[in-house]
Design a protein around this ligand. Structure first.
Ligand SMILES: *[C@@H]1O[C@H](CO)[C@@H](O)[C@H](O)[C@H]1NC(C)=O
Ligand SMILES: *[C@@H]1O[C@H](CO)[C@@H](O)[C@H](O)[C@H]1NC(C)=O
Ligand SMILES: *[C@@H]1O[C@H](CO)[C@@H](O)[C@H](O)[C@H]1NC(C)=O
Ligand SMILES: *[C@@H]1O[C@H](CO)[C@@H](O)[C@H](O)[C@H]1NC(C)=O
Ligand SMILES: *[C@@H]1O[C@H](CO)[C@@H](O)[C@H](O)[C@H]1NC(C)=O
Ligand SMILES: *[C@@H]1O[C@H](CO)[C@@H](O)[C@H](O)[C@H]1NC(C)=O
Ligand SMILES: *[C@@H]1O[C@H](CO)[C@@H](O)[C@H](O)[C@H]1NC(C)=O
Length: 306
């Protein structure tokens, strides 16, 4: 189950939309060999492997460009291998952007990584907007919380047409912006076709009002990506490098649900495939924990998201 927030520049209030099925993003293996897959290690001149992707340093890449003024910063402590991607970052004191050449129309995943540390600048103090040339405002007045000792990763699904694609970083007045890593890759064939263009509009208290039309041209931001009944699935085990978190902490009443699985043999039908989500997502589920010694078995399973 994925909860998705749509954002588009001219609208100030972003309606919340629940897509009560998996955010279905198909990908066949060949997609990774398409020309526009950008995995960028910002502020670095070295290659780092993270998950199943190789991130190239932006200081010696000829396939992407970024505007000056900007400069690299480095965390002087040696980070563990699992965090090697976050040893460096690029800092922008003024509005700047990365520019990518996109060679095919389609849904792209744009993933931004932020890992704050203190160097020449204290990256925790950065407050900035991130937007794109399409034109979507992805993050506004964004700041990495001091409490966060782990990377903050933001996933966006954007419908992009071929040509130049820019990601803009705009610091708030008297502040600056930074980014640790950027991914831009196509997730076609398929993707948004499996997400309905019309979704139920769910109010914050959970009542379904009317339908919300025109989802496809919006930028979709992943807010929660939940693996129901199963463990955390980290980027290494996901075809699109996504993280999935267990649902337990969102379950309103743990007594209402019981784990199903793991199911050994999956039989994919229709649009779902092992690229929509890893097998392990489908191998577990939860069902109603009915119990004849209850007064009534007329209840629902509720998950709460803040
Ligand atoms: C991409 O979309 C644009 C605008 O919709 C269109 O003009 C162009 O022909 C499309 N390119 C491809 C390769 O489909
Ligand atoms: C490098 O990052 C780690 C993790 O955030 C932090 O604990 C450490 O203080 C940083 N080192 C410097 C020199 O900022
Ligand atoms: C975060 O930490 C930095 C220094 O470590 C400090 O200057 C800043 O005020 C802190 N911000 C918050 C919101 O606590
Ligand atoms: C950041 O975005 C907000 C919301 O659209 C806007 O009010 C603000 O002016 C933007 N800040 C910068 C520095 O572009
Ligand atoms: C990936 O999945 C395998 C098999 O389920 C598991 O053993 C391994 O720990 C997982 N790796 C990560 C990084 O989650
Ligand atoms: C059913 O409910 C009773 C009373 O609350 C409890 O003792 C029992 O363990 C429950 N059975 C199952 C299978 O959950
Ligand atoms: C589902 O259960 C919760 C908690 O018991 C309750 O507050 C809510 O009204 C129920 N919702 C529906 C649609 O039955």
């Amino acid at each position: 189950m994925a909860k998705i927030q749509t954002k588009k520049v001219p609208k100030s209030s972003s309606p919340l939309i629940f897509l009560l099925h998996l955010l279905s993003v198909g990908l066949n293996c060949a997609a990774y060999s398409l020309p526009e897959k950008y995995f960028i290690n910002c502020g670095s001149d070295t290659e780092v492997t993270s998950g199943n992707r190789i991130f190239r340093g932006d200081r010696n890449s000829d396939s992407i460009s970024f505007s000056e003024p900007s400069y690299p910063v480095k965390n002087s402590s040696q980070l563990p291998d699992t965090l090697a991607l976050y040893q460096t970052a690029r800092v922008f004191d003024q509005s700047s952007h990365y520019e990518f050449d996109i060679s095919s129309n389609g849904t792209h995943l744009v993933r931004l990584h932020f890992f704050a540390f203190s160097s020449a600048k204290n990256l925790y103090n950065a407050v900035f907007n991130v937007s794109t040339s399409h034109p979507f405002l992805l993050l506004h007045n964004f700041n990495v919380q001091n409490s966060s000792q782990s990377p903050v990763i933001k996933d966006f699904f954007l419908s992009i047409t071929q040509g130049k694609f820019c990601v803009y970083f705009r610091p708030q007045e008297s502040s600056f912006a930074f980014v640790s890593a950027i991914e831009v890759f196509v997730v076609d064939p398929l993707p948004l076709s499996s997400i309905p263009d019309n979704g139920p509009h769910v109010s914050p208290i959970g009542t379904k009002t009317n339908s919300y039309p025109g989802i496809h041209p919006k930028a979709l931001q992943t807010i929660y990506r939940i693996n129901v009944g199963g463990p955390m699935i980290s980027q290494e085990n996901d075809t699109l490098g996504r993280n999935w978190i267990p649902d337990d902490r969102y379950l309103y009443n743990p007594d209402t649900a019981k784990i199903v699985g793991p199911i050994a043999n999956l039989n994919y039908l229709g649009i779902a495939s092992e690229y929509t989500a890893p097998d392990s997502v489908y191998q577990t589920a939860k069902h109603m924990n009915k119990n004849n010694s209850r007064l009534s078995n007329n209840f629902n399973i509720t998950w709460c998201f803040m």
